[in-house]
Design a protein around this ligand. Sequence first.
Ligand SMILES: C[S@@+](CC[C@H](N)C(=O)[O-])C[C@H]1O[C@@H](n2cnc3c(N)ncnc32)[C@H](O)[C@@H]1O
Length: 297
Amino acid sequence: MTDAPLRTDWTDRLANGTAPEPDALRGHLRRIHRDHAGFTESCAMRCRDAAGRTSYAWLAEAVEPARHRVLLDLACGSGPLLQLCHASLPADIRLIGVDMSPDELALARDRLPEGRARLIEAQAQQLDELDDGAVDVALCHWALTLMDPVAPVLEEVGRVLAPGGRFAALVDGPAEAAPGYADVHDLIYGHVQAELPAYGTVDLGDPRVRSSDDLVALARAALPGASVRIETSVVTMSGPAETLAQEAAGFFYAAFVLSPAARLRMLADLAGLLSDMAPDGQPTFAMPVNRLVADLA
Ligand SMILES: C[S@@+](CC[C@H](N)C(=O)[O-])C[C@H]1O[C@@H](n2cnc3c(N)ncnc32)[C@H](O)[C@@H]1O
């Protein structure tokens, strides 16, 4: 096993103190999704909110089958949300998935009946294969946070949505909403910053997406006249500390840039933290989530 950490143009620019370009960000993300395709769903499917829903199920509740006949899953990844929509929505609702990672799209293709969804390899900033007004509802699960520039993404969503269409996105919520989340975050980032000190001062995507107020302002600016709202929730998972540490670390792209040896040290420390946070019960990881819903005029 190599002990070399993941290094890309994006991490090199961080190390040199220069602002990474959008191309470097996309290259970094493609590399992680090539090496770890399907990792998002393996963490996100384990987490549930107080009502027992996954974040995918919560997001999919934004779909109103009577009026949403064409559904776009933007940055669909390995396709768990498309599969959920296929299983739970009427069979004549058309499904479209877009992602820039061919490795993730291959997993999405394999899990759906042939021809059930139109899968497109594209950047969310440039949805050229979709006509104006072609979509009734656009969903985006845990991906908007990674996109920079993000305004063109929201503008493209506005272009491809039909009048009265809906955009719903699941993104990271405010840290303070989830007990212990900030401690987990700081522990992981502490290990990463020991190797790459600028990680965190610069992060993936546009930082405004991580702030509820800024995200609402971005959506209002890109989707003029839309009614925009945001709701915060928390999803949690429990289990033995060592297993939970691995699963929780899967939510943090930062953890992927650690060398294998540093990752093992981080996981051991994280397991210790998760145990300490639950002295009398089962270790639990809590993740804050925001659901943005924008209804076009
Ligand atoms: C955290 S994963 C989420 C995948 C899936 N939505 C899920 O929740 O399981 C983020 C996905 O966004 C995709 N992505 C990131 N930036 C993108 C962009 N600018 N255009 C298209 N896809 C992008 C990545 O390739 C990856 O599949």
